[in-house]
Design a protein around this ligand. Structure first.
Ligand SMILES: NC(=O)c1ccc[n+]([C@@H]2O[C@H](COP(=O)([O-])OP(=O)(O)OC[C@H]3O[C@@H](n4cnc5c(N)ncnc54)[C@H](OP(=O)(O)O)[C@@H]3O)[C@@H](O)[C@H]2O)c1
Length: 433
């Protein structure tokens, strides 16, 4: 063992990820010491209540996590509380106290990252957040370090495991959304309040971080357009499958001239794309870059041990005094370059449109005329059989690429037809060629 002093770690929040992190640090003591050239020692734990079954070795225990940030015997504060209130205050205090910080908190980084990273830079400390995006998948290091010689043109990923689990179960077993959501909650995949998982907010937080790393833009929480999975039906998943597609909830950030696209929404992907085959709670991120080409990183996007794996990699970087340095986004915060984000309405794509219409002669031609009048050409149009006892027939249309504003206008005109029901699905299609 070297002469270097141990790295003293304060863990704040001993829930799923906090406990798993402590477990790795305790169980792999000598391996981690050999890899870092110094020991890693948990000296202080911030837990707001007693967990009698948890063992923290010789670590001090404080009910107030701010005591961990103020402790002179702590070099690194590991924030594993979540949210943007206590966690924000804690991280700010820790940096002001000259501590390095490791966090798994995407909401905190997406919403307050610019300010916290600037503070960390000015204070000469590390602020690391590998676990904040896609849990155990080392996507942040991949973008910042392994792909540092590339110009990245696109990042597209399944970055919410709960959403992917729900869509997979609905697609493979024809189960209803609410039914699968309850199971996801009972299995511990979804939060007790799953709103952020299903309305796209969680994925948007992660996309903000990925876009900043990929394109050198400031973290901008309001940038992504956002649609969740709550309106996806088993019927649409079936029709998409019959057409050779899978529906995935994706976060997409793409360079487009001097601007970027940033959006989170359900997407039809051709089943031949690897991303389309990533099922269940897995996460996957596809990266396109000029030198390396296309990469797909797949793995567990959540779970205590997988997420703690990423937390520990940040702690190890700090112990080695290498890795991200004071540039967790790859370049100094002051050099991040704000570029404009293309509004959702302007972004073109192919579209999947499913309608329910009264089966009368002439209705198809009325619909296609409304589309044609707006210059929208149809790639395929399929009339499905009516369900038993149903007078309406489903119609599924795939269009060529047009901006959202144009298709929305056309859909409004189509729905105004007497024979067309207001219940419809309009989903973007991405070929990822
Ligand atoms: N779980 C995952 O798979 C996963 C994956 C990626 C990232 N993350 C991120 O990791 C972070 C932690 O998530 P988690 O799943 O471990 O959450 P969790 O199981 O709910 O644990 C959070 C812990 O923080 C504690 N806490 C809350 N407020 C506190 C306060 N004021 N003072 C002290 N302790 C406080 C809670 O205490 P009590 O025990 O008293 O409630 C709980 O033990 C979050 O930012 C989350 O987004 C989690």
């Amino acid at each position: 063992m070297t002469e270097m002093t141990p790295l003293r770690i304060g863990i704040c929040g001993v829930g799923t990820v906090g406990l798993a992190t402590i477990s790795i640090l305790q169980n792999q003591l000598s391996l981690l010491a050999a890899r870092c050239g110094r020991e890693l020692s948990v000296t202080h734990v911030g837990a707001r209540r007693d967990h009698s079954d948890h063992l923290y070795g010789d670590a001090k225990i404080s009910r107030d996590v701010m005591d961990v940030a103020r402790d002179p015997d702590v070099d690194v504060v590991v924030e594993l509380i979540g949210g943007t209130t206590v966690a924000h205050e804690l991280v700010k205090l820790a940096i002001e106290q000259g501590k390095h910080v490791v966090t798994a908190n995407k909401a905190l980084i997406a919403e307050h990252g610019n300010q916290l990273l600037a503070l960390a830079e000015a204070s000469g400390v590390h602020l690391c957040f590998e676990a904040a995006v896609a849990g155990g998948i080392p996507v942040i290091k991949s973008l910042r370090e392994a792909l540092a010689g590339n110009v990245v043109s696109e990042v597209a990923g399944i970055i919410n495991g709960t959403g992917n689990f729900i869509l997979t179960e609905m697609s493979n077993k024809g189960r209803a959304f609410e039914d699968v959501l309850s199971e996801a909650q009972s299995l511990g995949y979804a939060e007790a309040d799953p709103t952020f998982d299903i309305d796209g907010t969680d994925a948007a937080h992660k996309l903000v971080i990925l876009a900043s790393l990929a394109f050198g833009v400031p973290l901008s929480i309001d940038a992504p357009a956002k649609e969740g999975i709550q309106n996806i039906t088993p019927e649409d998943l079936d029709y998409a499958k019959a057409l050779g597609y899978r529906v995935k909830h994706l976060g997409i950030a793409r360079r487009s001239g001097s601007r970027i696209e940033m959006r989170v929404h359900p997407t039809l992907i051709p089943e031949s794309k690897q991303l389309a085959g990533v099922d269940g709670v897995l996460n996957a991120i596809m990266l396109k870059a000029d030198a390396v080409g296309e990469l797909l990183l797949v793995g567990p996007g959540a779970g205590g041990a997988a997420t703690a794996s990423s937390v520990c990699s940040d702690i190890i970087d700090i112990a080695r005094e290498c890795g991200p340095g004071t540039r967790p986004l790859g370049i100094p915060v002051a050099e991040l370059n704000a570029v404009s984000v293309i509004p959702w309405e302007e972004v073109s794509s192919e579209w999947y449109l499913r309608l329910h219409v009264t089966d009368r002669p002439g209705v198809m031609s009325d619909i296609t005329q409304k589309l044609a009048a707006r210059g929208i050409s149809i790639e395929s149009l399929v009339q499905k059989a009516a369900k038993e006892g149903d007078t309406d027939v489903p119609i599924v249309i795939l269009t060529h690429a047009v901006p959202a504003s144009l298709i929305s206008d056309a859909v409004e005109a189509v729905v105004a037809l007497e024979e067309v029901q207001p219940d419809l699905a309009l989903i973007r299609v991405e070929a990822f060629d």
